[in-house]
Design a protein around this ligand. Structure first.
Ligand code: ATP
Length: 272
């Protein structure tokens, strides 16, 4: 007798509830992210999207619920543990070292992969020098992948906004994550920059096999890029499915798509 087994989700949230004193940011939310998918979290301002990313990478501890990542269930995890287990993220407001070069910012994403001790580094021992070479080589790969080599020695703060967002993506990518959390990676970009960023995210997903959870307000981008969409409204999940299913869900249309944000088909990347 043959049995078919669906692959285990890489990430599974169940019953997540998070309150900030009187404000219930997230109420009883559960969903699963399959390995290799791009999952978009959408919803109006204040719906709880960023809070949910902060729960996934351990910045916030939910009062209820559990998170299973890569088969291990946990109630509590700090961002350092999350990073060690393969979860990297970018932030809504760029969080780079503005005075440092692009390369040095990317290298900060390699911190967890260093094998030499601080003493070996301070004494410039051969092991530390070898470690530097390895990290630098990996950083150069990221620069090439995101086509930001021409700016490798440029201080990040002097770059245009769209490039800074790309460097932030690069720093997260340098950690070689299994799960990449992107908080509004295209916020504030013009149509061409959004298109470029969408294509980089797609390449990361397809070529490197990285699973992605992203928050995005531009519905055209979301529908063109993602395999799976989760819709939040007032801290509750009101939709969960393929982009086609979600786009036709009357409850979602009522709460979100038809009213407060860009209509479908207006912008975004062409279908894959
Ligand atoms: N640190 C905090 N302290 C108190 N309340 C918070 C905190 N963070 C978020 N909230 C509240 O939780 C709710 C959800 O906020 P959250 O930022 O997660 O929403 P969002 O969907 O990401 O919104 P946006 O699209 O505007 O970024 C909001 O009512 C917000 O005011």
């Amino acid at each position: 007798m043959s049995q078919s087994h669906a692959p285990a989700p890489l990430l599974e949230l169940s019953g997540i509830t998070l309150s900030f004193q009187a404000v219930k940011a997230i109420s009883d939310i559960g969903f699963a992210v399959q390995p290799g998918e791009i999952c978009a979290l959408i919803g109006p301002n204040g719906a709880g999207k960023s809070s949910l990313l902060n729960v996934i990478n351990g910045v916030y501890q939910p009062q209820q619920g559990s998170i299973r990542f890569d088969g291990v269930v946990r109630q509590r995890m700090n961002p350092h543990d999350a990073a060690r287990r393969g979860i990297a993220r970018t932030f809504q407001n760029i969080a780079l070292f503005k005075g440092m070069s692009v390369l040095d910012n990317i290298l900060t994403g390699r911190r967890l992969h260093r094998r030499s001790t601080w003493l070996e580094q301070a004494l410039r021992l051969p092991r530390a020098r070898h470690d530097d070479d390895v990290q630098r080589e990996q950083a150069e790969r990221v620069l090439a992948f995101l086509r930001i080599q021409p700016w490798r020695h440029t201080p990040v703060g002097t770059l245009p906004y769209g490039l800074q967002k790309r460097v932030e993506l690069g720093r997260a990518l340098a950690a070689q994550p299994r799960l990449l959390l992107l908080d509004e990676p295209m916020a504030g970009m013009n149509a061409q920059e959004k298109q470029e960023m969408s294509l980089f995210i797609r390449d990361i997903n397809r070529e490197l096999g990285t699973t992605v959870v992203l928050i995005e307000h531009d519905i055209g981008v979301v529908l063109g890029l993602s395999h799976h969409v989760v819709v939040l409204d007032y801290g509750r999940k009101i939709g969960d499915g393929s982009p086609e299913a979600v786009r036709n869900d009357p409850q979602v249309l009522r709460a979100y798509l038809g009213t407060r944000h860009t209509a479908p088909h207006r912008q975004g990347v062409p279908p894959g």
